[in-house]
Design a protein around this ligand. Structure first.
Ligand code: ATP
Length: 264
Protein backbone atom coordinates (compact mmCIF):
# COMPACT_ATOMS: atom_id res chain seq x y z
CA UNK A 1 0.00 0.00 0.00
CA UNK A 2 1.39 3.43 -0.89
CA UNK A 3 2.03 5.66 2.11
CA UNK A 4 -0.10 8.68 2.72
CA UNK A 5 2.20 10.00 5.39
CA UNK A 6 5.84 9.10 5.80
CA UNK A 7 7.74 10.65 8.71
CA UNK A 8 11.47 9.96 8.84
CA UNK A 9 13.75 11.04 11.64
CA UNK A 10 11.60 14.05 12.56
CA UNK A 11 13.06 16.39 15.15
CA UNK A 12 11.66 19.68 16.42
CA UNK A 13 14.03 22.27 17.83
CA UNK A 14 13.77 25.60 19.54
CA UNK A 15 15.78 28.50 18.13
CA UNK A 16 18.39 28.03 20.90
CA UNK A 17 19.00 24.51 19.56
CA UNK A 18 17.15 22.70 22.38
CA UNK A 19 15.46 19.62 20.93
CA UNK A 20 11.82 18.88 21.87
CA UNK A 21 11.13 15.94 19.52
CA UNK A 22 13.92 13.46 18.90
CA UNK A 23 14.06 11.58 15.60
CA UNK A 24 10.53 10.19 15.21
CA UNK A 25 9.77 7.87 12.29
CA UNK A 26 6.40 6.44 11.34
CA UNK A 27 4.17 5.95 8.34
CA UNK A 28 0.46 5.83 7.60
CA UNK A 29 -1.19 4.11 4.67
CA UNK A 30 -4.67 5.04 3.42
CA UNK A 31 -7.33 3.85 5.86
CA UNK A 32 -4.85 3.13 8.69
CA UNK A 33 -5.36 4.37 12.24
CA UNK A 34 -2.35 5.31 14.32
CA UNK A 35 -2.49 6.53 17.91
CA UNK A 36 0.12 8.79 19.49
CA UNK A 37 -0.04 8.45 23.25
CA UNK A 38 1.93 10.08 26.03
CA UNK A 39 1.64 12.32 29.04
CA UNK A 40 1.29 16.08 28.88
CA UNK A 41 4.38 17.69 27.36
CA UNK A 42 5.60 14.48 25.68
CA UNK A 43 5.45 16.14 22.24
CA UNK A 44 2.20 14.82 20.79
CA UNK A 45 0.84 18.17 19.62
CA UNK A 46 4.19 19.34 18.24
CA UNK A 47 4.37 16.14 16.18
CA UNK A 48 0.90 16.83 14.74
CA UNK A 49 1.77 20.46 14.01
CA UNK A 50 5.07 19.46 12.35
CA UNK A 51 3.21 17.00 10.11
CA UNK A 52 1.02 19.87 8.90
CA UNK A 53 3.87 22.40 8.69
CA UNK A 54 2.13 24.47 11.38
CA UNK A 55 4.82 24.72 14.07
CA UNK A 56 4.64 27.97 16.03
CA UNK A 57 7.28 30.65 15.36
CA UNK A 58 10.59 29.87 17.02
CA UNK A 59 10.32 26.11 16.46
CA UNK A 60 11.73 24.32 13.42
CA UNK A 61 11.30 20.81 12.06
CA UNK A 62 14.18 18.69 10.78
CA UNK A 63 14.12 15.38 8.97
CA UNK A 64 11.47 14.44 6.46
CA UNK A 65 7.66 14.58 6.47
CA UNK A 66 6.15 13.41 3.20
CA UNK A 67 2.42 14.10 3.14
CA UNK A 68 0.71 12.79 0.01
CA UNK A 69 4.12 12.88 -1.66
CA UNK A 70 4.89 16.52 -0.76
CA UNK A 71 7.82 17.37 1.49
CA UNK A 72 6.42 19.43 4.37
CA UNK A 73 9.71 20.20 6.15
CA UNK A 74 11.03 23.49 4.80
CA UNK A 75 8.18 23.90 2.29
CA UNK A 76 6.84 27.43 1.63
CA UNK A 77 3.46 28.21 3.22
CA UNK A 78 1.73 28.53 -0.15
CA UNK A 79 2.54 24.96 -1.14
CA UNK A 80 1.29 23.72 2.23
CA UNK A 81 -1.95 25.72 1.98
CA UNK A 82 -2.87 23.63 -1.04
CA UNK A 83 -2.10 20.46 0.88
CA UNK A 84 -3.89 21.27 4.14
CA UNK A 85 -7.52 20.33 4.09
CA UNK A 86 -7.18 18.05 1.06
CA UNK A 87 -4.32 15.80 2.16
CA UNK A 88 -4.89 16.24 5.88
CA UNK A 89 -7.13 18.20 8.18
CA UNK A 90 -7.12 18.52 11.89
CA UNK A 91 -9.51 18.58 14.82
CA UNK A 92 -8.10 20.11 18.00
CA UNK A 93 -8.95 19.56 21.66
CA UNK A 94 -10.72 22.86 22.03
CA UNK A 95 -13.30 23.38 19.26
CA UNK A 96 -13.31 27.12 19.89
CA UNK A 97 -9.81 27.32 18.39
CA UNK A 98 -11.27 26.15 15.07
CA UNK A 99 -14.43 28.27 15.24
CA UNK A 100 -14.81 32.00 14.68
CA UNK A 101 -16.85 33.35 17.64
CA UNK A 102 -18.46 36.03 15.46
CA UNK A 103 -19.67 33.84 12.63
CA UNK A 104 -22.71 31.56 12.51
CA UNK A 105 -21.87 27.83 12.36
CA UNK A 106 -23.47 27.39 8.93
CA UNK A 107 -21.21 30.01 7.32
CA UNK A 108 -18.15 28.46 8.95
CA UNK A 109 -18.96 24.99 7.68
CA UNK A 110 -19.71 26.51 4.25
CA UNK A 111 -16.16 27.94 3.95
CA UNK A 112 -14.25 24.69 3.34
CA UNK A 113 -17.12 23.21 1.27
CA UNK A 114 -17.07 26.22 -1.07
CA UNK A 115 -13.28 26.12 -1.40
CA UNK A 116 -13.04 22.37 -1.86
CA UNK A 117 -16.10 21.68 -4.03
CA UNK A 118 -16.72 25.09 -5.59
CA UNK A 119 -20.40 25.08 -4.56
CA UNK A 120 -22.48 28.29 -4.36
CA UNK A 121 -26.03 29.37 -3.47
CA UNK A 122 -28.69 26.70 -2.90
CA UNK A 123 -26.27 23.84 -3.64
CA UNK A 124 -23.88 25.18 -0.99
CA UNK A 125 -26.70 25.59 1.53
CA UNK A 126 -27.89 22.02 1.09
CA UNK A 127 -24.29 20.71 1.28
CA UNK A 128 -23.87 22.56 4.61
CA UNK A 129 -27.05 21.00 6.00
CA UNK A 130 -25.92 17.56 4.80
CA UNK A 131 -22.52 18.09 6.48
CA UNK A 132 -24.26 19.02 9.74
CA UNK A 133 -26.59 16.05 9.47
CA UNK A 134 -23.60 13.76 8.98
CA UNK A 135 -22.27 14.80 12.39
CA UNK A 136 -25.77 14.53 13.89
CA UNK A 137 -26.33 18.27 14.31
CA UNK A 138 -29.84 19.63 13.79
CA UNK A 139 -30.50 22.19 11.06
CA UNK A 140 -30.99 25.04 13.55
CA UNK A 141 -27.30 24.81 14.54
CA UNK A 142 -26.47 26.36 11.15
CA UNK A 143 -27.95 29.66 12.38
CA UNK A 144 -26.31 29.54 15.82
CA UNK A 145 -23.12 31.26 16.94
CA UNK A 146 -20.51 29.02 18.64
CA UNK A 147 -21.38 30.30 22.15
CA UNK A 148 -25.04 29.35 21.63
CA UNK A 149 -24.37 25.61 21.33
CA UNK A 150 -22.87 23.04 23.72
CA UNK A 151 -19.22 21.95 23.80
CA UNK A 152 -20.11 18.60 22.22
CA UNK A 153 -22.04 20.35 19.43
CA UNK A 154 -19.11 22.71 18.84
CA UNK A 155 -16.75 19.75 18.48
CA UNK A 156 -19.20 18.12 16.04
CA UNK A 157 -19.22 21.36 14.02
CA UNK A 158 -15.39 21.42 14.04
CA UNK A 159 -15.41 17.79 12.81
CA UNK A 160 -17.87 18.73 10.05
CA UNK A 161 -15.49 21.52 8.95
CA UNK A 162 -12.48 19.20 8.97
CA UNK A 163 -14.35 16.56 6.96
CA UNK A 164 -15.82 19.06 4.50
CA UNK A 165 -12.39 19.19 2.82
CA UNK A 166 -12.62 15.43 2.21
CA UNK A 167 -9.13 14.81 3.61
CA UNK A 168 -7.30 11.54 3.06
CA UNK A 169 -5.92 11.88 6.60
CA UNK A 170 -7.63 13.24 9.70
CA UNK A 171 -5.43 14.35 12.57
CA UNK A 172 -7.38 14.41 15.82
CA UNK A 173 -5.46 16.04 18.68
CA UNK A 174 -7.21 15.11 21.95
CA UNK A 175 -10.58 15.74 20.25
CA UNK A 176 -12.67 14.63 23.22
CA UNK A 177 -10.53 15.64 26.20
CA UNK A 178 -12.48 18.86 26.83
CA UNK A 179 -15.86 17.08 26.78
CA UNK A 180 -17.96 15.37 29.46
CA UNK A 181 -17.49 11.59 29.58
CA UNK A 182 -20.84 10.71 27.99
CA UNK A 183 -20.41 13.31 25.23
CA UNK A 184 -16.84 12.06 24.78
CA UNK A 185 -18.13 8.56 24.00
CA UNK A 186 -20.66 9.92 21.49
CA UNK A 187 -18.10 12.03 19.66
CA UNK A 188 -15.63 9.10 19.56
CA UNK A 189 -18.30 6.81 18.11
CA UNK A 190 -19.14 9.47 15.54
CA UNK A 191 -15.48 9.88 14.51
CA UNK A 192 -15.10 6.12 14.30
CA UNK A 193 -18.13 5.80 12.04
CA UNK A 194 -17.19 8.70 9.74
CA UNK A 195 -13.59 7.54 9.33
CA UNK A 196 -14.67 4.01 8.48
CA UNK A 197 -17.34 5.23 6.03
CA UNK A 198 -14.85 7.45 4.19
CA UNK A 199 -11.91 5.09 4.48
CA UNK A 200 -9.79 7.93 5.85
CA UNK A 201 -6.51 7.46 7.65
CA UNK A 202 -6.40 8.69 11.24
CA UNK A 203 -3.64 10.05 13.43
CA UNK A 204 -5.25 10.13 16.86
CA UNK A 205 -3.50 11.91 19.70
CA UNK A 206 -4.35 11.41 23.34
CA UNK A 207 -3.10 10.86 26.88
CA UNK A 208 -5.75 8.31 27.88
CA UNK A 209 -4.79 4.78 26.81
CA UNK A 210 -8.36 3.48 27.06
CA UNK A 211 -9.52 6.15 24.60
CA UNK A 212 -6.58 5.92 22.16
CA UNK A 213 -6.52 2.11 22.16
CA UNK A 214 -10.24 2.13 21.38
CA UNK A 215 -9.72 3.92 18.06
CA UNK A 216 -6.17 3.13 16.88
CA UNK A 217 -4.88 -0.10 15.32
CA UNK A 218 -1.27 0.85 15.98
CA UNK A 219 0.29 2.92 18.75
CA UNK A 220 3.38 5.01 19.26
CA UNK A 221 4.14 5.73 22.89
CA UNK A 222 5.86 9.09 23.33
CA UNK A 223 7.87 10.12 26.34
CA UNK A 224 9.84 13.35 26.55
CA UNK A 225 9.83 13.72 22.77
CA UNK A 226 10.99 10.17 21.96
CA UNK A 227 9.09 7.09 20.84
CA UNK A 228 9.69 4.55 23.61
CA UNK A 229 7.49 1.84 22.12
CA UNK A 230 5.44 1.24 19.00
CA UNK A 231 3.46 -1.60 17.54
CA UNK A 232 0.00 -3.06 17.17
CA UNK A 233 -2.40 -1.75 19.80
CA UNK A 234 -3.44 -5.26 20.77
CA UNK A 235 0.16 -6.37 21.38
CA UNK A 236 1.08 -3.25 23.33
CA UNK A 237 -1.95 -3.44 25.60
CA UNK A 238 -1.42 -7.18 26.22
CA UNK A 239 2.31 -7.08 26.61
CA UNK A 240 3.77 -3.63 27.17
CA UNK A 241 7.56 -3.76 27.06
CA UNK A 242 8.69 -0.32 28.18
CA UNK A 243 8.15 0.50 31.88
CA UNK A 244 6.40 3.74 30.91
CA UNK A 245 3.95 1.89 28.66
CA UNK A 246 3.41 -0.63 31.43
CA UNK A 247 2.47 2.19 33.80
CA UNK A 248 -0.04 3.51 31.23
CA UNK A 249 -1.60 0.05 30.86
CA UNK A 250 -1.68 -0.49 34.63
CA UNK A 251 -3.38 2.82 35.32
CA UNK A 252 -5.95 2.20 32.54
CA UNK A 253 -6.69 -1.21 34.13
CA UNK A 254 -6.96 0.30 37.62
CA UNK A 255 -9.43 2.87 36.36
CA UNK A 256 -11.42 0.13 34.64
CA UNK A 257 -11.52 -1.93 37.87
CA UNK A 258 -12.56 1.16 39.82
CA UNK A 259 -15.43 1.79 37.39
CA UNK A 260 -16.46 -1.88 37.66
CA UNK A 261 -16.62 -1.55 41.44
CA UNK A 262 -18.72 1.60 41.15
CA UNK A 263 -21.13 0.04 38.67
CA UNK A 264 -24.51 -0.77 40.27
N1 ATP B 1 5.96 27.19 21.11
C1 ATP B 1 6.77 26.50 21.92
N2 ATP B 1 7.98 26.98 22.26
C2 ATP B 1 8.80 26.29 23.09
N3 ATP B 1 8.50 25.08 23.62
C3 ATP B 1 7.31 24.54 23.31
C4 ATP B 1 6.38 25.21 22.44
N4 ATP B 1 5.28 24.44 22.32
C5 ATP B 1 5.51 23.33 23.06
N5 ATP B 1 6.73 23.40 23.65
C6 ATP B 1 7.32 22.38 24.54
O1 ATP B 1 7.45 21.18 23.79
C7 ATP B 1 7.16 20.04 24.60
C8 ATP B 1 6.08 19.20 23.91
O2 ATP B 1 4.87 19.95 23.87
P1 ATP B 1 3.52 19.37 23.23
O3 ATP B 1 2.53 20.47 23.25
O4 ATP B 1 3.81 18.73 21.93
O5 ATP B 1 3.13 18.25 24.29
P2 ATP B 1 1.82 17.34 24.33
O6 ATP B 1 2.32 15.95 24.49
O7 ATP B 1 0.94 17.63 23.18
O8 ATP B 1 1.15 17.82 25.68
P3 ATP B 1 -0.40 18.10 26.03
O9 ATP B 1 -1.02 16.77 26.19
O10 ATP B 1 -0.30 18.87 27.30
O11 ATP B 1 -0.96 18.90 24.89
C9 ATP B 1 6.75 20.58 25.96
O12 ATP B 1 7.88 20.50 26.80
C10 ATP B 1 6.40 22.02 25.69
O13 ATP B 1 6.69 22.83 26.81
Amino acid sequence: MSELLSVENLSVRRSDGHELIHGLSFGLAPGERLGLIGESGSGKSLTALAVLGLLPPGLTAHGSVLLSGTQVVGAPGRRLDRLRGRAASVVFQEPLTALDPLMRIGRQVAGPIRRRRGLRGAALRSAVLAALEEVALPERVARAYPHEISGGQRQRAAIAMALACEPALLIADEPTTALDVTVQAEVLALLDRLIAARDMALLFIGHDLAVVAGVADRLIVLKEGSAVESGRTRDIVREPRHPYTRSLVDSARELEAELDRMAP
